[in-house]
Design a protein. Structure first.
Length: 96
């Protein structure tokens, strides 16, 4: 059984952006204020994607969609941060 690393460092600038966006989704503010808070860039991304695909997302489903996207971004960061040797090649494709 292998142990997971406690923290994975992002290798590239884009991987760091993905990690930062994923961390945004995990922060929950304990304070409540009367003024409306600024929209999160991740929420804007979800809404822009929904508009481009002509999908209607109910407000009640937005937190679940966001949570799914946060997990996807974290997994993407994990894959992007995996070091590959210079001589790595893609796996062959076999066709019957």
């Amino acid at each position: 059984m292998t142990s997971r690393p406690s923290k994975v460092k992002a290798r590239s600038k884009s991987a760091r952006k993905v990690a930062k966006r994923a961390k945004i989704g995990t922060k929950i503010s304990a304070k409540t204020s009367a003024k409306p808070r600024a929209r999160d860039p991740l929420d804007e991304f979800i809404l822009a994607g929904a508009r481009s695909l002509n999908l209607k997302i109910e407000q009640a489903w937005l937190p679940e969609v966001r949570a799914n996207l946060v997990v996807t971004l974290r997994l993407g960061e994990l894959v992007a941060s995996f070091p590959l040797p210079d001589d790595a090649e893609p796996a062959p494709v076999f066709k019957a």
